[in-house]
Design a protein around this ligand. Structure first.
Ligand SMILES: Cc1ncc(COP(=O)(O)O)c(C=O)c1O
Length: 416
């Protein structure tokens, strides 16, 4: 039987791909992010194989986790990249992605970002507005090149995710409604320096039901078919990312089910499919380790457990009220107690886990905050002058630091 991968218990100890998390915390200190290379590979391959031979490209969304070693690992598996800034494009390039493997998304791309993307000749700039298209056109004319563009259409589909991570409603800032997008298609047709290579839809993140994803793929497909019949040289259909993961007991659609639904909707176009998964690849591959630094009473039968990781290391709970499982790294037979698990940051919203029932904790205990491989380390900040935490990659039974802990000197090196 193959040995299990990811985070699981060996007797009482939580391990990552067989490596005890307690050993990593002892060597590197806490807080520390730990990633499983095996889970990253498994999740990537599951998406890849779910296409069952249908032509496709997986553009891993770097915004979820762009640590160089993670980006490289995915590139080595055959991944392409979805970048959201020129800095993510630069990371992608240093990780070995070629310009033709990069799609460039994002609201409010600056002139410098557009200049860089047009000059590089990325696979597509996903255009968000008429103004942005005009700016791309001006740059392409000046550089004497043809800019490859996709238009991001906002289909007014409710992803039924958290409002802060839903992007496909007309009230959201992303993309253009269909009537406005049509004006852009007309402009592109008339401009020899612009080439429309795809339509792009992305309706949100942490989507836990199939319907919005299917509906969005159907809308992308229908629009692509219409554009093909009008003679646009479309090369693929970009259905974005967004598939959710199981942060709690609720199960999102399985990867196979999701991809099968997308393929079923897009197949009629005969175009390859581009998907941009971030969370579905990296989320389950990470855990944030923290130590209990203090315990104090909160009410009659609940206590605060203060840990050395908070909203500076993992902002999702404070920002979106997101739920992450929290568990002791060493299981101990103790009575359960009710805890408010909070970080050390000087904000009342610095709560990592509300009302959690855990075996009695003691100062010095190590806890693991699960499913933090995506939108974890990338969203860390220096608030309270807290250093960015280190990141560790466990691969094939051994582990290494892929990003060291920031120091105060690192911070001050930017100041005068
Ligand atoms: C355009 C685009 N593509 C892909 C993603 C990745 O989404 P997820 O991590 O939910 O798969 C995002 C994130 O919201 C996005 O904005």
């Amino acid at each position: 039987m193959p040995s299990p991968t990811g985070f699981f218990r060996q007797q009482h100890e939580l391990v990552c791909d067989g490596v005890p998390l307690a050993a990593i915390a002892a060597a590197e200190g806490t807080p520390v992010y730990v990633y499983s290379a095996a889970v990253l590979r498994d999740r990537y391959r599951a998406i890849d194989e779910a296409f069952r031979g249908y032509p496709h490209a997986i553009h891993y969304a770097l915004k979820a986790n762009s640590t160089l070693a993670v980006a490289r690992l995915l590139r080595e598996l055959g991944s392409a990249a979805d970048a959201n800034s020129i800095w993510e494009i630069e990371i992608a390039r240093r990780a070995g992605f070629q310009p033709q493997d990069i799609v460039f998304t994002g609201v409010g791309k600056s002139p410098a970002e557009l200049e860089c993307a047009v000059a590089l000749g990325v696979k597509a700039i996903n255009v968000e507005s008429a103004g942005e298209l005009a700016r791309i056109e001006a740059i392409a004319s000046r550089l004497g090149t043809v800019a490859r563009v996709a238009v991001r259409v906002n289909p007014d589909i409710d992803a039924k995710s958290h409002p802060h991570i839903s992007t496909g409603l007309n009230i959201n800032k992303f993309g253009l409604p269909l009537d406005r997008a049509t004006e852009l298609f007309d402009t592109i047709r008339k401009r020899p320096v612009l080439k429309l290579v795809a339509v792009h839809l992305h309706v949100g993140s942490q989507i836990t039901s199939l319907e919005p994803l299917r509906h969005s793929a159907a809308a992308a497909s229908e629009l692509s078919t219409a554009l093909l019949s009008e003679g646009f040289p479309l090369e693929y259909v970009d259905v974005g990312g967004g598939l959710g993961i199981a942060y709690d007991d609720r199960q999102p659609p399985a990867i196979e089910e999701y991809i099968a639904a997308v393929v079923a909707e897009v197949r009629g176009t005969n175009l390859p499919i581009v998907v941009e998964p971030g969370r579905a690849v990296a989320g389950p591959a990470g855990a944030l380790l923290a130590r209990v630094t203090d315990i104090k009473p909160r009410g009659a039968d609940t206590e605060f457990a203060i840990i050395d990781a908070g909203m500076t290391e993992l902002i999702r709970p404070a920002l979106y009220n997101a739920y992450h499982r929290i568990e002791p790294v060493t299981a101990r037979a103790a009575h359960e107690r009710l805890y408010e698990i909070v970080g050390p940051v000087c904000e009342s919203s610095d709560v990592v886990g509300r009302d959690r029932r855990l075996p009695q904790l003691e100062v010095g205990d190590l806890v693991a905050i699960r499913d933090t491989g995506a939108y974890g380390a990338v969203m860390a900040s220096n608030y309270n002058r807290r250093p960015l935490p280190p990141e560790v990659l466990v691969d094939n039974g051994s582990w290494r630091v892929i990003r060291r802990r920031q120091t105060v000197d690192d911070q001050l090196s930017l100041e005068s």
